[in-house]
Design a protein around this ligand. Sequence first.
Ligand SMILES: Cc1cc2nc3c(=O)[nH]c(=O)nc-3n(C[C@H](O)[C@H](O)[C@H](O)COP(=O)(O)OP(=O)(O)OC[C@H]3O[C@@H](n4cnc5c(N)ncnc54)[C@H](O)[C@@H]3O)c2cc1C
Length: 450
Amino acid sequence: NKNEISILGAGLIGSLLSIYLKKRGLDVHVYEKRPDNRKGDYKEEGRSINMALSDRGWNALDKVGLKEKVLTLTIPMYGRQIHNEHGDTTFIPYGKEGQAIYSISRGRFNQLLMNEAEDAGVKVHFDKKIDNVDLRTNELHIESRDGSKEHISSEVILGADGAYSSLRTAMLKQVRFNYKQEYISHGYKELSIPPTKDGQFAMDPNALHIWPRGSFMLIALPNPDKSFTCTLFLPFEGERVSFENIRDEEDVKGVFQTFFDDAFQMMPNLTGEYFNNPTASLINIECYPWMLNKAMLIGDASHAMVPFYGQGMNSGFEDCVILDNLIEKLGSNAWELVFAKFQKIRKPDTDAICKLAMENFEEMKADVADPKFLIRKKIETRLHELYPNDWIPLYTMVTFSSIPYSEAYAIGKLQQSIMDRIMKDPLITQNWDKLDYGDIIDWLDKTKAV
Ligand SMILES: Cc1cc2nc3c(=O)[nH]c(=O)nc-3n(C[C@H](O)[C@H](O)[C@H](O)COP(=O)(O)OP(=O)(O)OC[C@H]3O[C@@H](n4cnc5c(N)ncnc54)[C@H](O)[C@@H]3O)c2cc1C
């Protein structure tokens, strides 16, 4: 009774990974602690229920033939729509014309992936919580919802069980296992903007809406039912506007009327949602090694990041592609070699995207509200138009390319140092389109050479 492959967690990464491995002809079992969310009216609480899907994620879906099916569940967002405190808006495109990130409901996406996995022959076991993993014997200790317990041994174990992974907990007990976790000062809460009375979107559906307010912000992503899912990011405590200081309905209304009044006018269920929905925390996790013998961590279990670059799921999907490429190259009976190579290739990249996600938090909260941010984006867009291969903006490298994250990070830092100097010109607001763009590219080339 030994499984060939056991995947822990039927989240987004576990489900997609199971499809990849099944396509390699392997016997794949997935263990998921929650009930089957395709049955009954199940809503995931406390986690953003829609995600931004971008190129790395699309590539991973395309490779197993799922791109077209997933596309039908998405809405393209071509840029950020920034809302200032007076209700005025500015649109900042994400990339070139036609380039978009795609809003998708986490729940529906996960259901589609689980359906596809089962259709391919993967066995998904719900209500099965992994209590412990015995790493000496590769044995799973499983507890079912009814309290019964069982032990299942497996040739290979893949821990796709998220930021609080049971496989990682077992690895923590090993010597020389490095682990770092950091909760940030901010938490988040889900809210919503329903369709208008005549059944339309209350705002432009083809944008990711942001209300940046310095130390806090609100964002909204569109859903196919013409509603928006909003996420409110606030410090837990300490600041004037914080979760700690919002105690009753009047406080909620006060904060929204003062800082997000245009959104407030579109949120008839605000106070109910505010007090019914949980406040969730945000964590960054880095650990290493990711493997021990024939067990390995993948997705958030190995690199959970804060959500401000919209890359957690996308990077986890890219993990699946890289792992699959190694299996193709080295064979599906050389697991230890495949895992060793995987972690070596992938770790610098996931470290880079974890750092970028943290840095983008500052950009989203504050910088996007600064008129100079718009000028900066315009200069970078112009550079990219004139020299498409020489200057690729960092956001484009991360979101609309497969350039390894670590490379994007390093190039991004060079670009940043150049842009910081350009932006020091006190007349840049008037002169930005008169710059010598060729000179800037020479400057970048020289900086790279150094
Ligand atoms: C607010 C927010 C917004 C986000 N927005 C984006 C975005 O726009 N784009 C993007 O790319 N990423 C985004 N992310 C990140 C993304 O949600 C994660 O990176 C992604 O969900 C990771 O998938 P996963 O399958 O590794 O882990 P999870 O989604 O956490 O899935 C893990 C699964 O394992 C199960 N499990 C856990 N423990 C056990 C156990 N002991 N036994 C059995 N099963 C278990 C869980 O029930 C779950 O089903 C966001 C995250 C947050 C918090």
